[in-house]
Design a protein around this ligand. Structure first.
Ligand code: C2O
Ligand code: CU
Ligand code: CU
Length: 561
């Protein structure tokens, strides 16, 4: 009897710790991408299933989008949730109308079809909802996926790039489930570790040089990534592109929203097992996931805070044919903007109502997000320094939409080499000041805004966000992609607006008001090269009229009298 009980216990222990091979999401490529966000459920824990949100065939997360730099792509985003949503292409440089921020809502049952040219360099990006006050809830239910941009500079390098063979997308998330197994997206007691949506995760990697595209897709937790026994690896890229050269390290800290591409050399390790870990014992208090604040109530933090823990088991299998086995000594070249080029410095102070507060709300320059307030109007092509000062006791990952930036310094000290490339999220430790530099290029739209915010999703949803517009250099109209073939008149308009086209080709018309709310959207067929819209009932004000045909995308500002 005793023996049987013992065996049963042993079996149940084995069952709990059994490793699950992580899924490598299927890829979508080409120039038209169809994404359907839908409600689903997953059996994360025994008992009740966990309700999730996901894309396409997946019950959690979504496919990987492979974009080619220079392509003009169309995203067809269909929302089959019962709620309104948006989808944002995190890190991808797109027109504000196509950015998927909180203004470009996709109503339940609708499809939103932004179009943009892929201008980013090869790197790892991601997509996720950005719904006003619901980003955290919708994203943490699993509505997210990878975007991989490829370009010729990266393609010319001898790097592992066989997706799912020697090049792996790895999204790490921690979740807290309530007593009913449902996702508590604001939970700080997040100890369910998921890699690509899988618990007790395992990945087989070939005995050669392997590439991991690491994404911290958590709500608030920072990971201090490293490998078992402090094995060294190479950081080859940050958020928005490859570095000048691989950087040899044994840690890479990623806060929510940040990415890093790394190379791990397991050339002679066939048959061995190692772990991707988080060395969270090295994260200080105030950095979420680090050592708990002295005196903090233990129900307020997870048991994995401040300890070193395994994230992903890696089983080394046989080398593949044509394996890449050596690390290139150089990668790509790029020239960061210099402080001398900057024409503007913007100072943002992060504060909390009560300085000791752990859970906010947190403010940018004393204000919470307001959908109707534009915080900055930035002239197109401005090179700017943004200086962000964290005057709170907790860390905040600051994220900028539209542009990648370069970190100038942290408290006056140059960033470490592995943080010196293109970034779109930068973590600010408690009481730290970070300065970065960027240039607001290519896209201007005087009415549609871009966001900047803390990427701790509950902070964002509680109002730690602001918005800016990039102003066209000439007032009036601005063409995103210059197209003399389409004109819109009269402007200002009173009762009838005419869209004059050069062909009778279909035009996808999307009109939004000054707050960015879409007021009209339709695919229209010109008659005699003209589309006529009745504008009698429009209320007075500024509108953004965006017109999309095959190969062109034009946005015009129109004033209704
Ligand atoms: Cu990843 Cu504004 O978000
Ligand atoms: Cu973003
Ligand atoms: Cu924050």
């Amino acid at each position: 009897m005793k023996k049987i009980t013992f065996i049963l216990i042993l079996l149940s222990v084995l069952k709990v710790s059994a490793q699950n091979a992580i899924p490598i999401p299927d890829t979508l490529s080409g120039t038209v991408f169809n994404l359907t966000m839908h409600p689903d459920s997953v059996q994360f824990l025994p008992g009740v299933k966990t309700f999730t949100n996901a894309f396409n065939q997946y019950p959690y997360l979504g496919p990987t989008l492979i974009l080619q730099k220079g392509d003009m792509v169309t995203m067809n985003v269909t929302n089959t949730l019962s709620d309104t949503t948006t989808v944002h292409w995190h890190g991808v440089h797109v027109p504000a109308m196509a950015d998927g921020g909180p203004h470009t809502v996709v109503l339940s049952g609708d499809t939103w079809s932004p179009m943009f040219e892929v201008k980013n360099n090869a790197s790892t990006f991601w997509y996720h909802p950005h719904t006003h006050m619901k980003t955290g809830q919708q994203a943490m239910r699993g509505a997210a996926g990878f975007i991989i941009v490829r370009d010729s500079a990266e393609a010319a390098l001898p790097l592992p790039r066989k997706y799912g063979v020697d090049d792996f997308p790895i999204v790490v998330q921690t979740q807290q489930l309530d007593s009913n197994n449902q996702i508590l997206w604001r939970g700080m007691n997040d100890s369910l570790i998921l890699v690509n949506g899988t618990q007790n995760p395992m990945l087989e990697i070939p005995a050669q040089l392997v590439r991991f595209r690491l994404l911290n897709g958590s709500q608030e937790r920072n990971f201090n990534f490293g490998f078992f026994a402090n094995q060294y690896f190479y950081v080859i890229g940050n958020d928005g592109g490859l570095l000048h050269a691989p950087v040899y390290v044994n840690r890479i800290r990623l806060s929510p929203g940040e990415r890093a591409e790394i190379l791990l050399d397991v050339n002679n390790m066939q048959g061995q097992q190692l772990y991707l870990m988080s060395y969270a014992s090295e994260l200080p208090s105030g950095v979420q996931g680090g050592i708990p604040m002295p005196g903090m109530d233990s129900t307020m933090y997870s048991p994995i805070n401040g300890i070193d823990f395994n994230i992903l088991q890696l089983n080394v299998i046989a080398q593949t044919v044509d394996a890449i086995t050596t690390v290139p000594s150089t990668l790509v070249s790029y020239t960061p903007w210099t402080e001398a080029e900057a024409v503007e410095t913007r100072n943002i102070l992060i504060t909390a109502q009560n300085m000791m507060s752990m859970d906010g709300p947190f403010y940018f320059n004393g204000q919470l997000f307001d959908m109707n307030r534009i915080d900055y109007r930035i002239p197109l092509d401005n090179v700017e320094i943004w200086s962000i000062t964290n005057q709170t006791m907790v860390a905040h990952p600051f994220h900028l939409h539209d542009m990648e930036f370069f970190v100038l310094d942290r408290d006056g000290v140059s960033p470490s080499p592995e943080e010196s490339g293109y970034k779109d999220v930068v973590m600010l430790a408690p009481m730290e000041t970070v300065r970065f530099i960027t240039k607001f290029e290519d896209y201007a739209d005087s009415t549609m805004s871009y966001m900047y915010h803390c990427h701790i999703l509950m902070h964002e949803d509680d109002g730690m966000m602001g918005q800016f517009v990039v102003m066209p250099l000439t007032s009036g109209t601005h063409e995103i992609k210059l197209d003399d073939q389409i004109s819109v008149y009269p402007n200002p308009v009173s009762d009838n607006l005419t869209i004059q086209t050069s062909t009778n080709e279909q035009v996808n018309v999307v009109i939004s008001d000054a707050l960015g709310k879409i007021v009209f959207t339709s695919v229209m067929n010109p008659v005699g090269n003209q589309i006529k819209l009745n504008t009698e009932n429009w209320s007075a004000g500024m509108y953004s009229v965006s017109l999309k045909t095959t190969g062109s995308f034009v946005t015009k500002a129109v004033v209704k009298n």
